[in-house]
Design a protein around this ligand. Structure first.
Ligand SMILES: [Zn+2]
Length: 424
């Protein structure tokens, strides 16, 4: 990358946009998708992977021989996984300062301290990401005012963007929702991309916006929130599956979440005792930091059949939470892992009036259920009984404590209704 390439980087937006639109027409069958991926992967392995220290030798072998990686592995030797020579130390310094190392942009994932992941991308990659997301959300190019309300954790997107028909503005969630809400209303977006808790906040706080397109991203979209948001805005919420690791899925007009297999290759690892899978991703559009066979922390339920919209991109029935929020409890034959979706359904299905809750494992046997003060006693008792029945059925020992709060605060932190806070 040269300074000239940086100056030309905005053209990557246009190129990525046009490519994504072209692929949406050209890729018609699963075979088309596989052929496109294998062609791109082969050249990516040669051009990009071979220049990244960790892969210098490994990139020569077949794709299947590459090791599966994860956040811990990448963070243990950050410099080995990017071709820009950025070390973790330099990355963290830049993250708290200018947000840049040389020409590269550095950011970090939200997460508990000690569990945050760094990422490094180029100016061109940042525009590439935007081009793909605009193509997949807006479709045909038309006049649009897009508000992206996200925990940015990078200075990457501070500036407002405007290219012809599209006005794009980023609102950094780390500044606090109350601060942002007025600015969002003043901007008057017709398209809003935000985490579901933020969309719900905008509805419940009565922020004066009338978006025609609403996208939920950056965390799990619970049907509880979907209902409030759709009723409030009067439009269907479309889900975007995004992570620090990139843009991974976007829902089609029918509301089905399709994986972005035109930019990322997905493999799936089954989760024991459940019908969920953990995705292992290879992002063959990135060139600075190598993301090859990288195991995500998400639990997906794949759709049993293709979507009626006709897209050959794999459909996902639901993102069910994070792998490390699955609770580990003691059963007669040893550890039993209970995934967040099972726990969530037990609580929510217990009584129709439960429209929010938190369920946290705080110790090997300790589980805390928090509900709103306003919820009637019998609904709370029904939730506790449903969990007790679930634990009995699984044969696990758990001590459930029930507490009440006047309301759940909406913070910059990622919302996890089901959470595991014990180590080991
Ligand atoms: Zn579809």
């Amino acid at each position: 990358m040269s300074a000239l390439a940086d100056r030309l980087a905005p053209w990557r937006f246009v190129a990525a946009y046009l490519r994504t639109r072209w692929l949406a027409r050209r890729l018609r069958t699963r075979d088309d998708v596989m052929a496109w991926q294998s062609g791109r992967l082969a050249s990516w392995q040669r051009r990009v992977l071979a220049r990244v220290p960790f892969y210098r030798e490994r990139a020569k072998g077949p794709f299947e021989s590459l090791p599966v990686t994860d956040k811990a592995m990448v963070m243990a030797d950050f410099a080995a996984f990017n071709g820009a020579g950025v070390s973790a130390a330099a990355g963290w310094t830049a993250f708290t300062g200018s947000g840049r190392v040389g020409r590269y942009i550095v950011g970090a994932s939200t997460g508990t301290s000690g569990n945050r992941g760094l990422f490094v991308i180029s100016e061109a990659e940042r525009w590439e990401w935007l081009g793909v997301i605009v193509a997949k959300t807006l479709g045909r190019l038309a006049r649009a005012r897009v508000a992206l309300i996200l925990p940015l954790n990078t200075r990457l997107y501070e500036a407002a963007g405007r290219s012809g028909l599209i006005a794009l503005r980023f609102f950094d969630l780390n500044r606090g929702l109350a601060d942002i809400a007025g600015e969002v209303a003043a901007f008057g977006p017709d398209t809003v991309i935000a985490p579901p808790r933020v969309l719900r906040y905008l509805v419940e706080a009565g922020v004066a916006i009338r978006p025609r397109r609403v996208f939920s991203g950056a965390e799990v979209l619970d049907p509880l929130d979907r209902e409030v948001i759709e009723t409030g805005f009067g439009v269907t919420v479309r889900e975007i599956y995004m992570a620090t690791e990139g843009l991974l899925g976007v829902a089609c007009a029918r509301g089905t979440l399709h994986l972005c297999e035109d930019v990322v290759k997905f493999e799936f690892e089954p989760v024991a005792d459940s019908d969920l899978v953990v995705p292992i991703i290879t992002d063959f559009t990135r060139s600075t930091q190598a993301m090859a066979r990288y195991r995500m922390n998400d639990l997906l339920r794949l759709a049993a059949s293709p979507c009626a919209c006709g897209s050959p991109l794999r459909a996902v029935a639901a993102i069910e939470g994070r792998r490390d929020d699955a609770m580990t409890l003691c059963g007669p034959g040893g550890e039993v892992v209970v995934t967040p979706d099972v726990l969530r359904n037990a609580v929510v299905d217990a009584d129709r009036r439960i429209d929010d809750f938190r369920l946290v494992q705080t110790g090997p046997k300790q589980i805390e259920l928090t509900l709103r003060d306003a919820l009637p006693e019998e609904a709370a008792a029904a939730a506790a009984a449903a969990l007790a029945r679930l634990f009995a059925r699984l044969g696990v020992t758990a001590e459930l404590r029930l507490s009440r709060v006047s309301g759940f605060t909406v913070s910059a932190r990622k919302l996890r209704r089901v959470e595991r806070r014990v180590q080991g």
